[in-house]
Design a protein around this ligand. Structure first.
Ligand code: AMP
Length: 365
């Protein structure tokens, strides 16, 4: 790195690529520290744009709009991981982008991601890259069944993946997936899923929030609970894996690492997210400074905040029609409600979340 970047003073403008709830919560955290945000995304009525000082609604490949955006901000961060890496490279010619295009490119491709993880000594489920039905047949012989076939790119919340059962026809499975490139992964018989949300600053300092235990339903995160119900040694290892990944990427920003805890207590990394993460939402209410504030601090070259937790927490996502439960939640003691301002509730759409706090130590009692 060429010298330490200058700290951006309050009043500076943070560009955010992506306009969803993550950007909305980054913008709120930025406002608390006196920064202004400029949200760039292709969608109109973006949840983040509603709370940002400036917004550009344009395609991620719109050169003129990108140039205008780059000239109007002091730093760029991202809240959406499928922003084309080329867009980030283009912006980085004019303005610092934190995290950088390399981390983004790795996280965007499940094959590259798993190869990278293995190369830096992080274990994953066994996997094979697949680009044809013939590849899939070989991969099925190699990995066995049941296994999970996932598109290499553009999958999220369980989309773009299907289970491959014993005896499945590779031709049909490949056709149904309808992808050019994919990955076949061994299906992990896990005890639980955990994640570590870690911030890394420009000077290499890191601050990890406590390890979170996650439950998914239909591939979508349902609840995150902290502390995770795992052995201290597993917790220690999860944090060290996250720190190793952040270090290997020379990462600046907030990074989430999702891991499976196997029945015998081993950790297998599932994926990394080069951004704030749904499993870190509890930090808004259970920590003095949230993951969103850490993202702002890292982007603006401020020191990272203490990630200590003052409460135990269970975060539950509010999906589609559950939005109607808001009156009861607002009346519930200890429940912290966050709504994203989204108007139409499509199936599985994240409309908000609620974090229920209890005194620290009560969850493990
Ligand atoms: P992903 O899109 O890779 O995050 O997958 C979404 C969810 O599907 C994960 O959080 C797991 O609950 C489940 N899943 C994905 N990959 C595997 C795997 N290889 N073995 C077992 N469960 C998986």
């Amino acid at each position: 790195m060429a010298g330490a970047p200058a700290t951006l003073p309050p009043g500076s403008v943070i560009g955010i690529l992506g306009g969803g709830q993550l950007g909305r919560m980054i913008a709120a955290a930025a406002a608390r520290l006196g920064y202004r945000c400029h949200v760039y995304c292709p969608e109109e009525d973006a949840p983040a744009a509603e709370v940002a000082a400036f917004a550009t609604c344009a395609d991620y490949r719109d050169e003129a709009a990108l140039a205008g955006f780059a000239n109007s901000v002091d730093v760029v961060t991202l809240e959406f991981e499928n922003v084309p890496a080329a867009t980030v490279e283009r912006l980085a010619e004019t303005v610092p982008v934190r995290p950088d295009a390399r981390a983004l490119a790795i996280a965007q491709d499940r094959v590259e991601e798993k190869c990278f993880l293995n190369a830096v000594g992080v274990s994953t489920a066994r996997f094979a890259a697949v680009a044809s039905a013939a590849d899939l047949r070989r991969a099925m012989d190699d990995i066995g069944a049941p296994a999970i076939l996932k598109t290499a790119r553009l999958g999220y919340d369980g989309k773009g993946q299907r289970e491959v059962r014993p005896g499945a026809d590779p031709e049909a499975a490949w056709r149904q997936l309808g992808a050019g490139r994919a990955i076949l992964e061994e299906r992990v018989d896990f005890q639980c899923e955990v994640s570590v949300v870690i911030a890394r600053a420009h000077d290499g300092a890191t601050a990890a929030f406590d390890t979170v235990e996650n439950e998914h339903e239909n591939g979508i995160l349902r609840t995150s609970r902290v502390p995770a119900r795992i052995a201290p040694a597993v917790d220690e290892e999860a944090r060290s894996v996250a720190a190793r990944i952040a270090e290997a990427l020379d990462y600046v920003g907030v990074l989430a690492v999702e891991l499976f805890v196997t029945r015998d207590g081993a950790l297998l990394a599932n994926e990394i997210a080069p951004r704030v993460h749904n499993s870190g939402h509890w930090t808004l209410d259970a920590c003095a400074a949230s993951q969103f504030e850490q993202a702002v601090r890292a982007a603006c070259a401020l020191p990272l905040a203490d990630p200590a937790r003052h409460s135990d927490a269970v975060m539950t996502n509010i999906l589609d029609a559950e939005l109607g439960d808001w009156p009861e939640i607002t009346a519930e003691p200890g429940a912290c409600l966050h709504l994203y301002g989204k108007a139409d509730a499509r199936p599985g759409r994240k409309m908000g979340h609620v974090t229920r706090l209890t005194p620290r130590g009560s969850e493990t009692a």
